[in-house]
Design a protein around this ligand. Structure first.
Ligand SMILES: [Zn+2]
Ligand SMILES: [Zn+2]
Length: 307
């Protein structure tokens, strides 16, 4: 059995922060690296993806002395949505600028709202020295359609397969997803990565409903790890001077409730408000992780084995 590992690379929401009061949890925006069955699956391309790229480059360079003998970088980037904090690091993901790399990007899109066009407008061209067409690697960009899943066979390529035609084999990694409308203005994709009977759910930029989100509960039922938005304390969320209701983010209590309703075995709080420094997050940790078993604070570098 190959590894199923989750590594947190950027845990911050909204915008990156660089200050000594933020070093413990980290200031990079959303990015989680998953290694499952030998595949590199990167959830979101916030500034945390830069370090993932640097490490993949090191691995590539050390794979052989001669360039022609090196093992190409092969990775898939799954975007929850295209808010800045989730795409800010994409153009600085170095393997994308190597001719030999094979990179696939998946995210929300349809015939009239094409992911490739959105990325062209948002991160390439006028906001970066290169156009999308100048990118060196073998790059494919896919709109996600809920009738499909992303299938990773034990070779490099990720492919979209119709749900009703899926015949999973033991060593396949399957990514299922759906679009949730809990995040303004265009919603967010919730992902579930399944490998050898274990599953990880990535639910960032997700606000909960009163009484719980029934579709989400069904989708995430009994997952092994739930990575859940936890941008605000309940106090900040409900603050009468500056309420955060409707901003599309959850509280720590909502994330705990999602864990309870889904039956998730482990929960990691994710996507911290950029104003929450280490001391505030330490207090939150004290409050929530001492009272609840299998609940963890995300921080840059946190690595979990799914077993
Ligand atoms: Zn965000
Ligand atoms: Zn967002």
């Amino acid at each position: 059995m190959k590894d199923f590992k989750v590594k947190f690379r950027g845990v911050r929401g909204s915008f990156p922060v660089a200050d000594k009061k933020f070093l413990q949890y980290g200031g990079n925006t959303s990015c989680v690296e998953i290694n499952a069955g030998g595949h590199v699956i990167i959830l979101d391309a916030g500034t945390g993806i830069v370090k993932v790229g640097d490490e993949l480059m090191e691995k590539y360079i050390s794979s052989a002395l001669e360039v022609k003998d090196r093992t190409p970088v092969c990775a898939s980037v799954l975007l929850s949505h295209i808010h800045q904090d989730h795409i800010l690091g994409l153009t600085f993901f170095k393997p994308m600028h190597l001719k030999s790399s094979k990179i696939s990007i998946f995210g929300d899109g349809n015939d009239s709202d094409i992911l490739k066009d959105n990325l062209t407008n948002l991160v390439f061209g006028k906001t970066f020295p290169l156009d999308l067409n100048d990118i060196q690697c073998e790059l494919d960009i896919h709109n996600l359609d809920e009738d499909y899943v992303i299938l990773f066979k034990p070779d490099c390529n990720a492919q979209l397969v119709k749900k009703d035609e899926l015949k999973p084999q033991e060593n396949d990694v399957i990514v299922s997803f759906y679009k949730s409308y809990v995040h303004p203005q265009n919603g967010v994709i919730i992902y579930k990565i399944t490998y050898q009977g274990k599953s990880v759910v990535y639910a960032t930029d997700k606000e909960s409903y009163f009484g719980g989100d029934k579709k989400f509960v069904q989708f995430s039922k009994n997952c092994d790890l739930l990575i859940h938005d936890a941008q605000y304390t309940s106090e900040d969320y409900l603050n009468s001077h500056s309420p955060k209701q409707g901003f599309g983010h959850s509280t720590y209590d909502m994330a705990i409730e999602a864990m309870r309703q889904t039956g998730a075995k482990n929960l990691v709080f994710f996507h911290y408000d950029p104003s929450y420094d280490d001391s505030k997050l330490d207090k939150i940790k004290e409050l929530y992780t001492s009272q609840n078993k299998n609940v963890y604070m995300a921080y840059e570098g946190l690595e979990l084995n799914i077993e």
